[in-house]
Design a binder for this molecule. Structure first.
Ligand code: SF4
Ligand code: SF4
Length: 616
């Protein structure tokens, strides 16, 4: 049995933050879970995927975040407890449904996990999704530790059922991707059978219905505010007339800093875990007892603004600071030393320089973002470059293939967010009159690219769309998309054919290329580019890193035959494959990295790259 399913209350277990969230959902009796993968949330979905058969929890990787939310929320509307997870930018995709779902409400507990990414370790922006609580009127919970992530995930279902509203569990990368000890709680029995008595004039959000539901949402907000004021997740620790208000992972940095600075007897800390609605009475009482307050929170001044409003309401004029004034920045993740320095300077104490611990770890070499050795996207890009050079404008999308941005591939002139490459390509072509090539991955195409393609077709844009079909969602950890051959993962879901879909909407020029057949691919690309109007190239080759997960691969590696090599570095400069390295001035191939894709063999004009025979 997967240990996450153990029903042994009190037992301690080491877990990743994302696993702890899943465990919280299991303990709460969740029966439905959905997600669209995205770092730092991906392991939530991956964990549900692993345990779905054993646990009886229905799970699906949805085509995009909005659909994930629709599926899970509908189950909750029918009275079944459900969880839906995504990364912060995914909530933008789901936001249209979310804002109205807040009006519709739920019957079974429903938790939306938003995994935010301060410092953008793997994201295109660092938006602060606590704002979605304010925007939608929904409660937000913010854990400070792995143990609390589990507890809050479980509690969020009860809160949701009590308010009959979805609850947002907002985490950050440090919580999602850290490991901590949690104490198992009892597992509640789950109800997998929902019911939905028809009541169209309650559940159809036409204006006359919504006007009533908005009032209900506001009344729920009042109830939620009462809960927030009494919540054990909002508490005061320490003592003294100096105050700190904090939330999330910053609470840990504050606690460490106060110890280090010997300030625990002088500084009171209000930790806010139930952060929307803010606990009104608690904050006002805290302000009234303090002479000076520092607000410590990553990203936006969400708490700070709320606290200042509450201070104004009670006529307090004590200094309340957080962002700005040379204190905390609105950009990037915080660190313990940075928080310690700001606390010391704000409260006028000396900040001892901590002795650096010598842990003898060599500096990690800096390396540019690069596609793996043997990545088929490299082959597609190299073929495109050979066929068209810098002539077209290349719009790109979000996925492994975005790594083709740097020279020598240089295949991304513009990339903004998931699913935007085709639409941007249409606008760019219209504005410049130039040929545009848009790249998009298979998963991203299903996620949000299809409308852009239909739009490009309908409006007659002169564009070539390259769908890079590697059979999986690689960048987030090989989750399946609707085109994935599911039998490799032990399921029999139907795979959706991209070419049938593209042909079905009426695209006139559709080509399927095998990018490792380099010369032929170059020819096919030239033909597609020359087609006047919209053409689609489906470049199909499975991601070798994904293939390794279900198929034993025969090890084949290549080497540079120095008797033929002229050392002009066409191989290196065309492909920038990480399996190449220089030994002195000579190009070599690292046997351990090379997976034998043969692309360099086809690119070398001297036939100097050869298959290594056993014993050679
Ligand atoms: S994981 Fe797969 S798709 Fe992504 S860069 Fe590596 S080989 Fe290419
Ligand atoms: S392209 Fe061929 S000949 Fe030129 S450096 Fe590379 S291996 Fe040597």
């Amino acid at each position: 049995m997967n240990e996450l399913l153990l029903d042994s209350p009190g037992e301690k277990m080491l877990m990743l933050g994302n696993e702890a969230i899943v465990r919280g959902a299991i303990e709460a009796g969740a029966a439905v879970a959905t997600c669209y993968p995205g770092t730092p949330s991906s392991e939530i979905g991956d964990t549900f995927f692993k345990i779905q058969k054993e646990s009886g929890i229905y799970f699906e990787y949805a085509i995009n975040e909005m659909v994930a939310l629709e599926v899970a929320a509908a189950a909750a509307i029918a009275g079944v407890r459900a969880m839906c997870s995504m990364k912060h930018v995914g909530v933008n995709v789901a936001a249209d449904f979310l804002m109205s779902l807040a009006y519709e409400g739920v019957k079974g507990g429903f938790v939306l996990v938003s995994a935010d990414d301060p410092s953008m370790f793997s994201s295109q922006n660092e938006q602060d999704n606590r704002m979605y609580g304010k925007f939608s009127g929904l409660p937000v919970l913010e854990p400070s530790s792995i143990a609390e992530a589990k507890e809050m995930a479980r509690y969020a279902f009860d809160l949701s059922e009590m308010l009959k509203e979805p609850v947002i569990l907002r985490t950050t990368t440090r919580i999602n991707h850290s490991t901590g000890v949690i104490s198992l709680g009892p597992i509640a029995g789950k109800n997998s059978q929902g019911s939905f008595p028809k009541e169209p004039l309650r559940n159809t959000l036409i204006p006359s219905v919504s006007t009533k539901l908005h009032k209900l949402l506001l009344a729920n907000w009042e109830k939620a505010a009462g809960e927030s004021d009494q919540s054990p997740y909002n508490f005061v620790s320490g003592e003294g007339k100096l105050g700190i208000i904090t939330s999330g992972v910053s609470f840990n940095y504050v606690s460490d800093a106060l110890q280090d600075l010997a300030l625990t007897s002088r500084v009171s800390v209000l930790r806010i875990g139930f952060s929307h609605p803010l606990p009104d009475r608690l904050i006002k009482d805290f302000i009234a007892k303090c002479e000076k307050i520092l607000v410590v929170e990553e990203l936006e001044p969400y708490l700070e603004e709320g606290v200042k409003v509450k201070a104004q309401e009670i006529g307090s004029v004590i200094p309340i600071k957080g962002k700005g004034d040379g204190l905390f920045s609105r950009a990037y993740e915080f660190s313990p030393s940075m928080v310690r320095k700001v606390i010391a300077s704000y409260f006028g104490v000396t900040c001892p320089t901590k002795e650096a611990v010598n842990i003898d770890i060599p500096n990690i070499p800096q390396r540019p973002p690069n596609l793996c050795a043997g990545c088929p996207h490299r082959a597609t890009y190299a073929a495109m470059r050979q066929a068209c050079g810098d002539e077209p404008i290349y719009t790109n999308d979000i996925g492994c293939y975005t790594l083709g941005v740097l020279p020598p591939l240089s295949m991304s002139d513009l990339s903004v967010c998931m699913g935007a490459s085709i639409g941007m390509g249409s606008g760019m072509g219209t504005a410049t009159g130039r040929k545009v090539v848009s790249f998009i991955g298979d998963s991203t195409f299903f996620h949000a690219g299809i409308p852009g393609l239909i739009n490009a077709l309908h409006n007659g844009h002169n564009q070539t769309v390259v769908i890079m079909d590697n059979g999986t969602t690689s960048m987030t950890g090989f989750q399946p998309d609707p085109g994935t051959a599911m039998e490799n993962m032990g399921f029999n879901n139907l795979s959706v054919s991209i070419e049938a879909l593209v042909n079905g909407i009426g695209v006139k020029h559709v080509t399927v290329v095998k990018p490792f057949k380099f010369k032929k691919t170059v020819e096919q690309i030239k033909e597609a580019i020359a087609f006047p109007g919209l053409s689609v190239i489906i470049s199909r080759e499975i991601c070798p890193m994904y293939e390794k997960t279900f198929k034993k691969q025969e090890k084949r590696s290549y080497f540079v035959d120095h008797s033929k090599c002229k050392n002009h570095r066409v191989c290196l400069n065309t492909l920038a494959c990480p399996a190449f390295y220089l030994e002195g001035e000579q190009v070599e191939i690292d046997e351990a990295s090379c997976i034998g894709c043969t692309l360099c063999v086809q690119v070398c004009p001297e036939n100097a790259i050869r298959l290594k025979k056993i014993g050679e």
